[in-house]
Write a protein that binds this ligand. Sequence first.
Ligand code: CTP
Length: 323
Amino acid sequence: MLRNGAAGGGPAAGGRAAARPVRVWCDGCYDMVHYGHSNQLRQARAMGDYLIVGVHTDEEIAKHKGPPVFTQEERYKMVQAIKWVDEIAPGAPYVTTLETLDKYNCDFCVHGDDITLTIDGKDTYEEVKAAGRYRECKRTQGVSTTDLVGRMLLMTKAHHSNICSTDIGHVDFLEKVHQLAEKPYIIAGLHFDQEVNRYKGKNYPIMNIHERTLSVLACRYVSEVVIGAPYAVTADLLDHFRVTLVCHGMTEVVPDKDGSDPYEEPKRRGIFQLVDSGSNLTTDLIVQRIIKNRLEFEARNQKKEAKELAVLEAMRRLEEEKH
Ligand code: CTP
């Protein structure tokens, strides 16, 4: 169990001050964590006072769904970085049982309004539903892991890209920036899509400005976002937000349209810092994982199909022998 320092435990609004805090359980794969996931966790947290999120292992996901793109360690980290999560439970079972809810002392579990099935076609929430310890929240339309995988596969020609555009790299970067100050207040400036496309090319950005805003706002290390921040960090911007430090990761700083350095002003003021996230996960690496997974998945399905055909053939032969 990994506990976050912030929030949790306190009574929810609505006059339950003396009552025991309501403990809420969520579980899932949380692969390629996106704002649909954080929106689910935000809704779930609002139903109680303390949120525990069970994240499945790679093995468990591979068994029921096919191999995940991100490893369990990466997925644990990304879920833990979501600001509405009080605690994560690594290696939670795929099927949600009363035993699990009791083990973590949770009152009920919350899942989006879609049905999740096991490999045998059983509803994974059957037991908790029957016991009345199941609540539903709205699934976020227009985003899913599969959809993001599709968007990323459009990038297969980006072999030379070394730009880290994945959530895990961002989480590591923001965490490092957060550690730089005693009382950090992090403002993330997000560039409009056209601007991102100018300096990253290809089909970047993978997520549009609204999606990126939601994703970044869900990160516990971020206090504020500026939607459509100017590419050059100007004196006006620094003064307006009373900025004391400007950080950039180890990715290349592409010059502005007129060839100037976008960090000229913060550098002049001596408040610019390069921060190494320590993450070397590039878009290209993730795309490679997706392709590898897909091949493995197809091979596994073919094997399964061959096995099923062999059984059918054996049955047919048995029938023939009987007659
Ligand atoms: N979820 C959601 N909105 C989405 C995607 C997921 O509310 N757009 C919710 C699911 O309903 C579930 C939780 O996030 O309660 C965890 O989902 P997960 O196990 O990761 O798998 P999926 O539901 O398959 O998510 P995805 O389609 O993105 O793979």
